[in-house]
Design a protein around this ligand. Structure first.
Ligand SMILES: Cc1cc2nc3c(=O)[nH]c(=O)nc-3n(C[C@H](O)[C@H](O)[C@H](O)COP(=O)(O)O)c2cc1C
Length: 181
């Protein structure tokens, strides 16, 4: 049975939810899957895996430092394995693909990793879980974006399109099934 690692970092939890969802889809395809929050745990040895998916969210224009450090430290192993990257942001949620792609380009420059498979997923707007400053900063950012994202500070919003996440996971599983071992 092929073994897959889904490694991610998250601030408010949406990337963790997406990583868990991907893991569920892959398990449904008969794969043995571990998930790992790279901020919380020691790096699992990539030599134990047949494929790796890495995910990270964008805050203030950049992917989280922990996922950047993780990829930098494992770049060679990632390049030698079937691997993929998913980026979680509000720019993806608002349809601002150019900005979302720009974050990934910056990530590639910072890490030196050029993932062959990349997905851009809409994230969340967890107003209720943000402090006063972040909540108001987010509202201001959202008001300047296309896509009519939510501005009601008394509730949270989730913009992840789960069908797209499922397709990404299924495509990765198919790539792994076809890869020579
Ligand atoms: C303080 C803060 C700053 C953010 N900055 C950006 C940003 O610059 N660009 C963007 O597209 N999304 C931005 N977002 C949206 C996050 O990418 C989105 O909430 C995502 O779901 C966070 O994922 P996580 O919960 O896994 O950390 C920001 C969110 C917060 C709370």
């Amino acid at each position: 049975m092929s073994k897959v690692l889904v490694a991610y970092s998250t601030h408010e939890g949406q990337t963790a939810k997406i990583a868990d969802f991907i893991a569920g889809v892959l398990r449904g395809r008969g794969l043995d899957v571990d998930t790992c929050d790279v901020k919380e745990s020691a790096d699992p040895a990539l030599i134990d895996y047949d494929g790796v998916i890495v995910g990270g969210s964008v805050h203030v224009g950049k992917h989280d430092k922990h996922v950047v450090d993780y990829v930098r430290g494992n770049r060679h192993a990632l390049t030698g394995l079937p691997s993929a990257f998913f980026s979680v942001s509000l720019s993806s949620a608002s349809g601002d693909t150019q900005e979302a792609e720009g974050y990934v380009e910056k990530f590639e420059e910072e890490t030196g990793w050029l993932p062959t498979r990349i997905a851009l997923f809409g994230g969340g707007l967890p107003y209720k879980h943000l402090n006063f400053v972040s909540r108001h900063m987010m509202k201001r950012i959202v008001e300047g974006k296309p896509g009519n994202l939510g501005t009601d500070l008394s509730r949270d919003y989730v913009y992840t399109e789960w069908d797209g996440v499922r397709r990404f996971a299924e495509d990765f599983a198919a790539e792994l099934e076809a890869a020579p071992r």
